[in-house]
Structures are given as C-alpha cells and as structure tokens.
Design a protein around this ligand. Sequence first.
Ligand SMILES: Nc1ncnc2c1ncn2[C@@H]1O[C@H](COP(=O)(O)OP(=O)(O)OP(=O)(O)O)[C@@H](O)[C@H]1O
Ligand SMILES: [Mg+2]
Length: 569
Amino acid sequence: MARRIAILPDAVADQIAAGEVVERPASVVKELLENALDAGATNVRVELENGGKVLIEVSDDGTGMGREDAVLALDRHATSKVRSAADLVGVATFGFRGEALPAIASVSRLTLTTHDADGEGSELAVVGGRLERVAPAARQRGTTVVIRSLFFNTPARRKFLRSAASETRASHEAVATLALAHPNTGFEFYADGTCRLAVPANQDSAERLASVWGRDLAGTLVPVQYAAGAFQVTGFVQRPGDAQPTGRRTQLFVNGRPFKDPFLIRAAEAGYRAAIHPGDRPSIYLRIAVAPEDVDVNVHPAKLEVRFRDRIGVERVVEEAVRAALGSLVAAAAVGDWRPLPDAVGHTWSGSSLQLSDAAQLFDSQEGPSTTEEPYRDSGFHVPIVQVFDSYIMYEGPDGVIIVDQHSAHERVLYEAVMMQLRGVGAPAQRLLLPLTFELTDEELDAFEAHGEELRRLGYEAEAFGGRTVVIHAVPTPHPHFDAGACFKEIVADLARGRFGGWANRLERFAATYACRAAVKAGERLEEREMRELLLQLFATDLPPHDVHGRSTIVQLPREELERRFGRR
Ligand SMILES: Nc1ncnc2c1ncn2[C@@H]1O[C@H](COP(=O)(O)OP(=O)(O)OP(=O)(O)O)[C@@H](O)[C@H]1O
Ligand SMILES: [Mg+2]
C-alpha cells in the first residue's frame, strides 16, 4: 500500500507557520519591533511604503548579531531567548519561539543588516525563505530588517491585503501598542515619508500615554492603583463624564506584555457601574502584574492573547481597581464648592435629616399636610433661585453662579433613593382606584415574572392576569408629573431586551433606568417650592458631580470668570 503521510519540506512548513504569525504588514512590524525591543534598543524606527505592501523597514540600536547568529536567526526555532520548556514560565522577552524571522523571510524578500560591535557587520539576503547572500556590511551597532514584496510567493494572502491606508493604520496601532509597552524606548513611525508617530526615549508611562494617545484624551484620565490577592493593577481610566460612545482606546498589559481581552475590558467597564451611560465606552489603560506562573503567554500564534490561571479573580480585581479609582474622583472632581454658603442654609439640611421617604416623595404635592404649609419655608435653603429654559436651576454659590441640570439632579436623587429601596423594604406605593392593565409580549412577560420582586420594591404592585395581561394595582409616585404606566412599560421592555445583562450589579442598572425614566424632564416648568425641594434632596445625596449617565449635574460659572469678562480683573 502506498504511503499517504509525508513530512512537509521546510519551505512549506515555514509558509504554513507564516500564515499564523504573519497575517499582514502590521504583524511584520510587530514581530520586528518586538525583536528590536528584546535586543535592548534605545531607539527604533519603522518605515512603510504603500502600507507595507512595497516596503517595511525596522531599524534599532540594540545589541545586534554576530554573523553566525544572524544566519542562525533565520532558521526555524532558532532563538537566543529560551533554552528549555521551563524558561517559558515567566519569559520576560516578547520572543520565545524562534519563529518570527524565518516565517517572515519565507513569504518576502528580506534583507537583514546587523552589527554587534565585535568584528565587522553583516548583510544577509533571503528570498522566499532561501538564503541568497551573506556579506560584510558597514553598520553601527544594531539591526535593520527590510522586507520587500510581502507575500510575493503567496498570492492568496496578498489578495487579502486591504488598502494602503488601512494597512498603515493597522501598523500604526502595532507601533503605538509597543510604544506604550516600552516608555523607555524612543519610537519613530513613518508612512510614505510622513512621520506618523515620534516619541522620545526615557519617558515615564504617563508621559508616554499622553504622547501616544494625545494630550486631550490623556487629560480625561484618572490614575488607577490597586492591589488585591495575587494581582496588582495600575494604569489610567477615563472619567465617566468624558466617555463617548465612539473613539475610545483601550490597552491591557500583563507583566509588561500587551494583550487583548474583551472580557477584561468589560470587567473594567463594570467598575463604572451606574456612573456611565450603557452606550458610552470609556478609554482604558491597565497594567496587570501577576506571578509569572499564574499566566500563560504561549496560547496564541501571534501572542495577542494570554491565559490567566485565576480568570475570575483577575476580572474581579480589574473591576474593583476601576471602581476604587473612580471613587476618589467624586471628591476630586467636584466643581468648586457648589453647596450654598453655610449662613444661607439653616441647620435642617445635613443629609441625615432627610429621610428616605422624603426622597421618594419628592414633589409629591397631593399628600400630607406639609405641602399646604409651604414646606420650603423651613427647608433651610434661603438664597434666591431661578429656573431658566425650564431646564436649569440657578443660584448664587460662594465662588460663583451655580447651574443645576434639573433632570440630571432629580435622576441622581431618585437613583440613591431607589437603590436603598431595592436593597431594603421597598418604596411607598400609591394604590390606584382604577388598576392599569397592559398587554405584554412573551419576552416582556418572562422579564416581568423574573423581576417581580425588584418591581415591587420600586413601588409597583402588579400581577399577571391570564394570557399576556398584567394588572397594576399600585405605583410609585416620585413626582406629580410622573407617568407610572409608561415608565412600567419602558422598564419591562428594557428588561426583556436584556439591557440589564452583563452588569456587575443588576440592581444598579435597574435603579439607573428607573431614575432616568422617572425623573422630571428638561423642559418641564417647576414651581419654586419644587426647585427648593429638589436642591435640598440633591445636597443630601452622596453626590458625584455627574448623573447616572456620567453627564454633569452641576456647572459652576466662577465669579472670577464673570469679573474677567466684565473687565474687573
Ligand atoms: N533586531 C534584533 N537584534 C538582535 N537580535 C535579533 C534581532 N532580531 C532577531 N534577533 C535574534 O534572532 C533570534 C530569532 O528571532 P525571532 O523573532 O525569529 O525569534 P524570537 O524572537 O526568539 O521568538 P519569536 O518567534 O517568539 O519572536 C532572536 O532570538 C534573537 O536572538
Ligand atoms: Mg521575535
């Protein structure tokens, strides 16, 4: 019987390996830069022509190679970085397989010029994996690798290349990532003669981050520093109020090695909890330190991913680290002192004097004797206030004019009250004389049944009534303009759409949604009494200067600014 199994010739094996390691010019840039950094370079330079389809050149001032080593380096599994399987644990260099150079050489025309400062320099030329020339060459210490006609002998792969602009962008990304990983090394990146990135050597990681991500973005970040159990997390995350739905940047490192992990990014986002709108995506830069034996870096052909031994642990610590970093923000980022002057305020408001039931019944003017007795007279907040555009409340603060967004403020107040209700006994509800009935979809009905307890704590007393009908007997009453039926439908629809999934704390999302639906809207005229109530409730909250979507709640127009504008300064 004829043999059917054969050992592949080396050239074919190399090309197959190359398929995994070298997907596009950006992968070549990444591998060559990693080699340069492993060789201890102080400065590296990358140059592309036509997105790297015509030329990729990477030069460094690292250790360089002697001639024999240089020839060896182009052989498969030739590496100076590990000697045994045990070395793989905690490997500190980017490279460890001895695969990158031969893989790249097998699918391109490669020239390598190198000098290790002993003897003379060397130039090697390889075409499609075949060593064609080894010759002396003049060069200072370091290495230059030039790749021409990438994929010239693998036309299928060449066809997959995208436009020069998009290949350039991918390479730019690869350079930026490694520039962030090595703030000590200077980087230059040129595309068709234009400088795209230039960062000097010897920066610290904050300076490097600002150089690579830009000062504008860097200015919206706050530091992270956290340790728990086996993990340590440092880095920077974006302030909730500055996060946008698009254009964010993320970067993760483990023990100095960049990697990608959407689930860890999600864990970091969970650290924002309700401080951020579900649609907003904060920029995140985190460096994780863990014992070398607790992470496996050899699980992905292009080393883009890693595997943690304690997966759940690392996710939890990342989330906690972000939360801790944002927690201190509440104090740090407050817009001046926005609470009114002490002598403008009576002794009654101090936070603790406001009961939960007050918060829940804010604006509730239908009930109790208090409303008929002008409750604000004793509310202790005596500075004049005014509503503008039916949306903002203005008053004089100690350092300037304070402007409060009424919707955002009320949302914040309701959020805190509702969180307490959800954790505790629940909100006071108002029984309806005529029950409301709703037809729900199947998904909504499931959601309704799964979250009956939370809805009850919000103040909804409701029951399924055969088929898909739900009857509501009692509703929460956050303010007189509140449309309890519409709010119920929206919450149930959100639940059915799974909007609450994936969040570390479902209650917080639930409260945030309810607060947003239930709060007074922009454009609603408020009576002075209502505004005063609202402000008092706001002062009593544990208030970050932004609402549950991360938008500003309070803005201060500083007195100095006014004086400057009127030429008094
Ligand atoms: N720019 C450079 N300066 C000095 N030595 C280099 C340079 N590039 C490669 N080398 C040497 O060539 C060897 C082979 O490089 P190659 O990238 O193929 O493998 P590696 O870096 O060891 O592992 P990996 O395949 O994981 O990248 C390296 O181990 C290193 O000794
Ligand atoms: Mg390498």
